[in-house]
Write a protein that binds this ligand. Structure first.
Ligand code: BG6
Length: 461
């Protein structure tokens, strides 16, 4: 094995919770991508044995493949814990020596660290022969703000070729997010109606029941808009709304998504377009300012300025400490001239995956009354059959190894959505609009309901 998957930030939450369980799955399912040594870079004084001991419980808890002692031992043989301070440039010669001694010559670097360390790591890697021919996976956020992100991007591109930089948006690895295009483009019953003439609104809801946990330091400077909307939800929005790509290639799809983001209508009156909230008790969370105005909830009403979508609002909402963990996309069709309930297509992304269609039928019996029928396709239940679907990080690691860039965000998409979201945030602030507080375990602030009610709509779930 001369290939290595090196993780900077090897003792962080992301590595424990997502990356190591994903790597375990890759070993356990005997995927060809198991053929990589895993080098864990961390400051703590661990041995490889100690590190493996540490990750065992995380693997047991979070890996989709069942835990098995032999497989786990086999997995541990892939791992080396390498103690170093990655912010100290002098330490990289030691790393280079280690790679050379172990005959490791092909590299994937995973930057699972705060963005302020990206540049220093890239700089340090100059000491490693051929590191610049390797690939790098970046974990979001890709900077602390748009300006910083642009600068960082330049610094990274000065070392790694642009096509070797993989920016993770783990929502792109979710099964049902990948499924949107198939549902949309291969079914004439949807493909032909996918526009403003037939669709009254599109709703994207991403509810989380957990709070910010131990991530106060990061979250309090980010908030829901940057943490969820600007990346994950805009990715989904652009897939739902894109035009038919000229071909189903990575670049054509990317260009089609980019055109959607460029067509987002400029918001005039922010009151009609955005509600921000904060859960009660947020300010008492660890590493959160006592007077913090960071939003843990955001609801938006957006329009896309093109022929297909000119008259269809896209409603987006996400929040922490809500009543459940559930994410879905609802396509709400317009009524026909006969007064009857609306057709609704729901694409369920998590925790259960599936497609639900609501349509009208006549009530049985001696009546002409109309009633709603619901057709449910449940593809997978994470409760029933965890093994079915590879997890997002597992797929994304494999996709990076295979060079499948369609599973990753590209810089121009990030830049445009970042600009758009920063502008909304500024408008909200300049208009001195409040951050509405909401009860943990609720649907979020009542004002988010009113945002739709004013326009005769309501949230679907
Ligand atoms: C991350 C955010 O990108 O996505 C987290 O930083 C959020 O705050 C998470 O909880 C949600 O991911 P998932 O896969 O659990 O929906």
């Amino acid at each position: 094995m001369n290939k290595t998957f090196t993780i900077f930030g090897g003792t962080g939450d992301l590595t424990f919770r997502k990356l190591m369980p994903a790597q375990y799955n890759i070993t356990a399912s005997n995927a060809p991508e198991k053929d990589f040594r895993i080098v864990i870079i961390g400051r703590r004084d661990y041995t490889t044995e100690k590190y493996c001991e540490l990750i065992k419980d995380w693997v047991k808890k979070f890996a989709r493949m069942p835990y098995d002692e032999d497989t786990f031992n086999h997995f541990c043989q892939r791992i080396t814990y390498f103690k170093m301070d990655f912010s100290n440039l002098e330490e990289y010669t030691r790393l280079a020596k280690f790679y050379a001694e172990e005959n490791l010559t092909e590299y994937i670097f995973y930057f699972a660290v705060a963005p302020r360390f990206f540049a220093v790591i890239a700089h340090g890697l100059r000491s490693v022969e051929n590191a610049d021919k390797g690939k790098v996976i970046l974990e979001k956020p890709f900077g602390e703000n748009l300006e910083a992100a642009k600068k960082l991007n330049e610094q990274l591109e000065a070392f790694f070729p642009a096509e070797n930089i993989y920016r993770i948006d783990h929502y792109l690895g979710k099964e049902m997010v990948r499924n949107i295009q198939t549902i949309r483009f291969t079914n004439p019953i949807f493909a032909n109606l996918w526009n403003s003439q037939y669709i009254e609104s599109v709703q994207i809801s991403a509810f989380e029941d957990l709070g910010i946990g131990s991530r106060g330091n990061y979250y309090d400077t980010s908030g829901a808009l940057k943490d969820m909307v600007q990346n994950h939800l805009f990715q989904i929005l652009s897939i739902v709304a894109m035009e038919w790509p000229e071909q189903f290639s990575t670049q054509a799809m990317h260009d089609a998504q980019l055109r959607v983001l460029k067509s987002l209508r400029k918001v005039e009156d922010i009151r009609d377009n955005m509600v921000l909230g904060q859960y009660k008790g947020y300010r008492q969370e660890k590493n959160v300012a006592l007077d913090s105005n960071t939003e843990t909830y955001a609801a938006l009403r957006l329009f896309i300025d093109n022929e297909r979508w000119w008259n269809t609002p896209f409603y987006i909402r996400t929040g922490k400490k809500l009543k459940c963990r559930e994410m879905e996309i609802a396509i709400v069709f317009r009524q026909t001239f006969i007064a009857a309930p609306q057709n609704i297509l729901i694409i369920k992304i998590q925790p259960n995956e599936g497609v639900h269609l609501q349509f009208n039928v006549k009530k049985p019996g001696d009546t002409d009354e109309i009633t709603q029928a619901k057709m449910n396709f449940i593809q997978n239940s994470s409760y029933i059959n965890k093994i079915n679907t590879p997890e997002a990080y597992e797929r994304l690691i494999m996709a990076c190894i295979r060079g499948e860039r369609s599973w990753f965000s590209q810089w121009d998409q990030i830049e445009i959505s970042w600009e758009f979201v920063e502008h909304l945030k500024d408008l909200y602030h300049w208009n001195k609009l409040p951050i509405f507080s909401y009860e943990p375990g609720s649907d979020g602030p009542a004002e988010a309901e009113n945002l739709l009610k004013r326009f005769g709509h309501s949230w679907i779930f």
